[in-house]
Design a protein around this ligand. Sequence first.
Ligand code: SF4
Length: 192
Amino acid sequence: MIILHICCGPCSIYPISYFKERGIEFKGYFYNPNIHPYKEFRQRIKALEEIQKIFDFEVIWDKEYGLRKFIKETFMLWDKPGKRCERCYIMRLTSTVKKALELKAEAFTTTMLYSIHQNHQLLKEIAEDLSYRYKIPFFYEDFRIGYQKGKETVKNLNIYIQGYCGCIFSEEERYSKKRKKELIKELKKSET
Ligand code: SF4
């Protein structure tokens, strides 16, 4: 059995279909202290619950709102998206690995490997490192190949699709033109 960390409902559809089509046994694991604010967190849980009903699979839920945990983990990295996301990936994948060990799973993986908006290479490196340190296989698959298919399915099912990654900082980066400009400036500065 594989523990599949699920970051949100829409990103889970393709990986779930992938496992089901191949007869690979898995359990979903929802652990995302990075989703803010509270109403958005509840909405994403609801979207995954709808998908769970349609596709019929097991999910281990952590429905505790994690703003405080996230703030602690990413302390002082809030305005450094690269570093902040790295901490965020480590936080969620470490918890996934621990859950996989607790349940004596054969491997772990994450639906974050489906998103074209995440740092795929960094995610892979972090998961490989955790796999080595905790001595549990990491099931790697480039789920991005099914991105379009997954997106169309979510649209057809009329399920809520979030507009930003998750944390309150990513919400600002998505919707504030001022913050977007600042980030581009910072990026250019770091390249010179
Ligand atoms: S942008 Fe996404 S991956 Fe990065 S810290 Fe925020 S929630 Fe985590």
